[in-house]
Ligand binder design. Structure first.
Ligand SMILES: NC(=O)c1ccc[n+]([C@@H]2O[C@H](COP(=O)([O-])OP(=O)(O)OC[C@H]3O[C@@H](n4cnc5c(N)ncnc54)[C@H](OP(=O)(O)O)[C@@H]3O)[C@@H](O)[C@H]2O)c1
Length: 261
């Protein structure tokens, strides 16, 4: 079995399966970006997170085209910048062209657009999904109140809300609120916003013979929260997905979550 096959996946509405560990590509561009994405695919990542705003969709597309992997072996997310609300169709077409693909697996509104466009942008996302250019649609950096407005207007919830999520920002009520609405929380910046020298993390890490970063990423899996992680360094890229050979006890999960207090 390959490493990629071992990464658990979540079922999103519409029959779309999303691997729970995604490779983040913010700030990865040009040659360094391409090398990092190549290293990620070699390490077993099968979920790549990009965005129009990152300016690296063509780099991701270039690596995918030369990877030898079939299109349906890699889950690709990209995102519409809020300033492009109102130009959804053209922006998606540009993303698909840059990525060299006929469809993306997940398309997100990167940030809430201006108030008057909140509902129209979501309606256009649903239309483009129904046209088959996108398998699933979601949002990023939305509040539950904003999500409720989308549901009220269209009867359809985003499948994902991609938000900042790390031990220090653990919020049980926020997680439950998303789950009640059928929206998966997808966490970003798991490491950047974490003190990896915290004794809670280093002690749990020592007990399992892993690093504090691996504890944080495993904690996401234990909570059932898909996580995006970025690195430009091949050893870290490999280590960050190597979190399937150990698990955390319920007490350890609670200790990590308590770092938010
Ligand atoms: N929707 C949004 O608004 C939004 C916002 C932010 C991020 N995201 C997405 O989420 C992805 C992940 O978030 P992020 O890039 O902000 O933060 P992150 O993945 O938590 O952290 C990346 C930082 O941590 C370092 N790092 C990586 N692995 C490490 C390890 N094992 N030990 C110690 N340090 C390590 C990286 O440095 P090196 O590169 O030097 O290893 C980099 O400085 C992004 O790349 C992007 O795809 C989305």
């Amino acid at each position: 079995m390959t490493e990629a096959a071992a990464v658990p996946a979540v079922d999103l509405p519409g029959g779309v399966r999303m691997p729970m560990i995604g490779f983040g590509t913010w700030l990865l561009r040009g040659r360094e970006g391409r090398e990092a994405v190549r290293a990620a695919l070699a390490a077993g990542y099968r979920h790549i997170d990009t965005a129009t705003m990152y300016g690296n969709e063509a780099d991701v597309g270039h690596v995918l085209a030369s990877s030898g992997l079939a299109r349906d072996e890699v889950f690709i997310t990209t995102k519409l910048p809020p300033g492009k609300a109102g130009r959804e169709r053209a922006t998606l077409a540009a993303s698909l062209r840059a990525l060299g693909t006929d469809y993306v697996d997940l398309w997100l509104l990167h940030w809430p657009p201006p108030e008057r466009l909140l509902i129209p942008a979501w309606q256009e996302f649903l239309t483009l999904r129904d046209a088959g250019r996108v398998r699933a649609v979601g949002v990023s950096n939305y509040s539950l109140a904003q999500i409720d407005r989308l549901i009220k207007a269209t009867g359809e919830a985003p499948v994902v809300n991609q938000i900042t999520w790390s031990p220090g920002r653990y919020n049980a009520a926020l997680l439950a609120g998303h789950r009640e609405r059928g929206v998966a929380v997808e966490g970003y910046s798991p490491l950047k916003r974490t003190n990896l020298a915290s004794p809670v993390l280093t002690e749990i890490a020592a007990a399992h013979g892993v690093t504090a970063a691996q504890v944080v990423l495993r904690w996401n899996l234990e909570l059932g929260v898909p996580v995006l992680v970025k690195s430009a360094q091949p050893e870290r890229i490999a280590a960050n997905i190597d979190v399937l050979r150990f698990s955390l006890t319920p007490d350890e999960v609670a200790e990590v979550s308590a770092l938010s207090r």
